[in-house]
Design a protein around this ligand. Structure first.
Ligand code: NAD
Ligand code: IPM
Ligand code: MN
Length: 361
C-alpha cells in the first residue's frame, strides 16, 4: 500500500528541518522499498502569505486525504501583529481540531551520547524514557467563552475557559493506558484537582478508565509538583497523561532533560491512529535561516510516523538507530554541542543520518 504523506514546512526553521526529513523519506523510498508519495502544502505564516489564512482550504483538503502529515513549525515576529484568527499558531490549532488529533504523544528519551548536554546531572537523567500523553483538542485552548471584554469600570478583562467533557477525558485516558500497558505499566495523571473542578472530573474519569486496565498502576499528581518532580527525579515517571495546557508546559520542561528541545519529536493521533507528526519545538526565529537548527526532533518525528501511522516499525527502528550512529560519530548541532564533538549544520546533520541509514543497509 502506498503511504501518502503531506509535508507542511511552515515558518522559521520549519523549512530547514523539514528539508532534512524529506531527504530521509526519499532515501527510505528509493533505497529501502518504502512505498510513498510526498506532497507539500503551506501552513502557518506561509499559509497566510500564499492564501491569506494560516490553514488554507487546499492544505486542509490534502491533509484529510493524506495517511500522515509531517509539520515543521509555525509562527514568527512577522505575523505577531495580525488579528488572532489569522496568526500562524491558529493554523496549527485548526489542523489539530479539524482532524480530531486529540492524542499528543511526546516521548522524552535521553540518548546516552547526550548525557553531557542535559542540564541535569548524569545520574538523574541516565536511561530516561518517559512518554507524555497530552490532550490536544480540548481544554483551555479551545474552551468557550473566550475573549477580551470591557468591564463597567472601563478596564478590559481577558478570559478563557478550561473545559473537559467525560468522553474527552476518557479517550485520552485510554490512549495513555494502552501505551503504558506496552511499556512500564504505570500512568501518572497530572492535574490541578485541589483547585479546579475540571480537574476533579478529570481525576474521577481517570480512576474509572483505570478499572479496565488492572495491569496498569494509576497515580495522580498536581501539576506544580509534577513540574518540580520532572527536574528532581524524572525517572520516576513512565507515562504521564495530562490536559492540553499542562502538557504543553511539561513537555518543554521534559525536553531539556534530553539535552535540547531540538531532540523531542511528537505524534498527534486521531481515533484511527492517523497522525500529524512534528517536533515539539517552535519556529525558532532567533536561529532561522542560519543552518543552526537541530533537525533530529523532526527526523525522529518521521520515525514516529513510520511506527504509529504507517505500520513500518522496522523502518522506524532503523531511523532511530541511524540517529544513534550519528551521535556516536560525535556529530552535534550547536544546541547539543559538547567537548570532543564536531559541530555540524542542519543539512550536514540530515545528510549524516541518511548516510548512517545507508551504511547499515
Ligand atoms: P521555540 O521552540 O521556537 O524556541 C525556543 C528556543 O529553543 C530558542 O532559543 C530556539 O532557538 C531554540 N530551539 C528551538 N528549536 C530548536 C532546534 N531545532 N534546534 C536548536 N535550537 C532550537 O519557542 P519560542 O521562541 O517560544 O517560539 C517561537 C515561535 O514559534 C513563536 O511564534 C511560537 O508561537 C512558535 N511555536 C510554534 C510551535 C509549533 O509550530 N509546534 C511550537 C512552539 C512555538
Ligand atoms: C506546541 C506549541 C503550540 C501549542 C502553539 C504554537 C500553538 O507550543 O505544539 O507545543 O501550544 O500547542
Ligand atoms: Mn509548546
Amino acid at each position: 500500500m502506498t503511504a501518502n504523506i503531506l509535508i507542511t514546512p511552515g515558518d522559521g526553521i520549519g523549512p530547514e528541518i523539514v528539508a532534512e526529513a524529506r531527504k530521509l523519506l526519499e532515501a527510505l523510498r528509493d533505497d529501502f522499498g518504502f512505498d510513498c508519495t510526498l506532497e507539500e502544502a503551506p501552513i502557518g505564516g506561509a499559509g497566510y502569505e500564499a492564501h491569506g489564512k494560516p490553514l488554507p482550504e487546499e492544505t486542509l483538503a490534502l491533509a484529510r486525504e493524506a495517511d500522515a502529515i509531517l509539520l515543521g513549525a509555525v509562527g514568527g515576529p512577522r505575523w505577531e501583529q495580525l488579528d488572532r484568527p489569522l496568526r500562524p499558531e491558529r493554523g496549527l490549532l485548526a489542523i489539530r481540531a479539524e482532524l480530531g488529533l486529540f492524542g499528543n504523544l511526546r516521548p522524552a528519551i535521553l540518548y546516552p551520547q547526550l548525557a553531557e548536554a542535559s542540564s541535569l546531572r548524569h545520574e538523574i537523567v541516565a536511561g530516561l524514557d518517559i512518554m507524555i500523553v497530552r490532550e490536544l483538542t480540548g481544554g483551555i485552548y479551545f474552551g468557550e467563552p473566550r475573549g477580551i471584554r470591557r468591564l463597567e469600570n472601563g478596564e478590559r478583562q481577558g478570559y478563557n475557559t478550561m473545559v473537559y467533557s467525560e468522553s474527552e477525558i476518557d479517550r485520552v485516558g485510554r490512549l495513555a493506558f494502552d501505551i503504558a500497558s506496552k511499556r512500564g505499566s504505570r500512568v501518572c495523571s497530572v492535574d490541578k484537582a485541589n483547585v479546579l473542578e475540571v480537574s476533579e472530573l478529570w481525576r474521577e474519569v481517570m480512576e474509572r478508565v483505570a478499572r479496565d486496565y488492572p495491569g496498569v498502576e494509576l497515580s495522580h499528581m498536581y501539576v506544580d509538583n509534577a513540574a518540580m518532580q520532572l527536574v528532581r527525579a524524572p525517572k520516576q515517571f513512565d507515562v504521564v497523561v495530562t490536559s492540553n495546557l499542562f502538557g504543553d508546559v511539561l513537555s518543554d520542561c521534559a525536553a531539556m532533560l534530553t539535552g535540547s528541545i531540538g531532540m523531542l519529536p511528537s505524534a498527534s493521533l486521531d481515533v484511527n491512529s492517523k497522525g500529524l507528526y512534528e517536533p515539539v519545538h517552535g519556529s525558532a526565529p532567533d536561529i532561522a535561516g542560519k543552518g543552526l537548527a537541530n533537525p533530529l526532533a523532526t527526523l525522529l518525528s518521521v520515525a514516529m510516523m513510520l511506527r504509529y501511522s504507517l505500520d513500518q516499525g522496522a523502518l522506524a527502528d532503523r531511523v532511530q538507530q541511524a540517529v544513534g550512529d550519528v551521535l556516536n560519530q560525535g556529530l552535534r548541532t550547536p544546541d547539543i554541542a559538547a567537548r570532543q564533538s564536531r559541530t555540524v549544520s542542519t543539512a550536514e546533520m540530515g545528510d549524516a543520518v541518511v548516510a548512517a541509514l545507508r551504511a547499515r543497509g
